[in-house]
Design a protein around this ligand. Sequence first.
Ligand code: NAP
Ligand code: HSE
Length: 428
Amino acid sequence: MENQKTVKVGLIGLGTVGTGVYKLIQKNQVEMVQKIGAQMEIAKILVHNIEKKREGVDASLLTNRWEDILEDKDISIVIEVMGGIEPAKSMILDALNAGKNVVSANKDLIAEHGKELLDAAQKNKVDFLYEAAVAGGIPIIRPLKQCLAGNEISEVIGIVNGTTNYILTKMFEEGMDFGAALAKATELGYAEADPTADVEGLDAGRKVAIMASIAFHSRVVFSDVYTEGITKITAKDIAYAKEFDSVIKLLGVAHNTEGGIEVAVYPMLLHKDHPLASVRDSFNAVFVHGDAVDDAMFYGRGAGELPTASAVMGDIIDVARDIDYGCNGRISCTCYRNTPIKDFAEIRNKFFLRIQVVNEPGVLARIASVFGDHKVSIARVIQKNAQDKMAELVIVTEKVKEYHMQDALNDLKGMDIVSEISSVIREY
Ligand code: NAP
Ligand code: HSE
């Protein structure tokens, strides 16, 4: 069509997410003019291996030279779906400084260098949007930044890693062991190439840092987040969780308290009545509490080609609409506070402990006394599996400061009546 405006985009990366974005741009062609007032054209695609066969992709668009995108004055939107810190960071900064808008799905980068990228976007009056960086297809960045902007948000809790939720669901519902469930998650394409970031809670930690920054208007970076993964969860822990009408979930937990921002990722026992307890399989969900909205929950697919591309595409369309109205850079960094991060040792949690002890009179009293010495209040105790002069004690505590619990555990470890502390899991 003559005189029809065209928005040209440059794609960095054509892997899982990039391929999904490519497909969605093609699929949206017909209605693009109605959506953004212009046609959209992929002008160039930067890849690592230009020789790789890519089904359904116009090979003439591929390049392995970043300059082909950076120096193309007609490209107004750069879509970074390559991942990693470098060269992604330098490329995004180059693009922003060249006056291009950027859409990214790169949680690793944003959780560490988000401020620098947002500052560059603001300085250059361009958009830097990253809806796909947290919980894949689930809208959560825009809801926190815009829809809930009138709230004082005090809590954000999320199941934000699909791999670990899949593993825990399989262990819980089918009695699958950890290794077999991880292998299946990898086969299904949920896990990262190196699944350490998934199972050790690092991937969730990055997503929680990004959400907490936006929700609490104060910068939280990945290194502020205490992380613990799910590798130590056993079938016995799961059996006890069932007995307590609970599930075990890897939760990203962020609270804005008077003493500062509390932010952590760990497996937690969660009562089955909590809305997050019913989030199964590889699904993600984020639960938010605001002073006006009360409780709100966002649920959906946290990973995968098209769900993630859905979030990227939403950002691209938003940028294109801003281009149409000449208002790019409208919403940038919203971290206008400087709230301290609370020392993790001061955070209060309930604990579920599984301890192997000698089965003889006075043992329980000695253990209770250690807890008492460290201000740990016990909520309930169960003793099971008494055999061969040994017994398994399960103790659930009231909320205690992390450092009190660690001190108590250190003392317990040194006692002759304690043969093993088998599990230490927090309870929501
Ligand atoms: P991926 O499948 O590994 O794809 C990465 C792409 O980037 C590939 O096309 C690769 O080129 C290209 N690439 C890598 N290094 C490059 C370099 N130095 N120069 C040029 N191109 C390079 O990754 P992905 O799963 O799509 O993830 C992309 C981003 O989205 C990451 O930041 C990830 O954290 C984020 N994300 C992913 C998901 C998901 O479900 N996968 C969900 C949410 C967010 P070749 O094709 O030539 O190898
Ligand atoms: N490996 C991640 C997950 C992919 O399992 O959720 C999305 O970030």
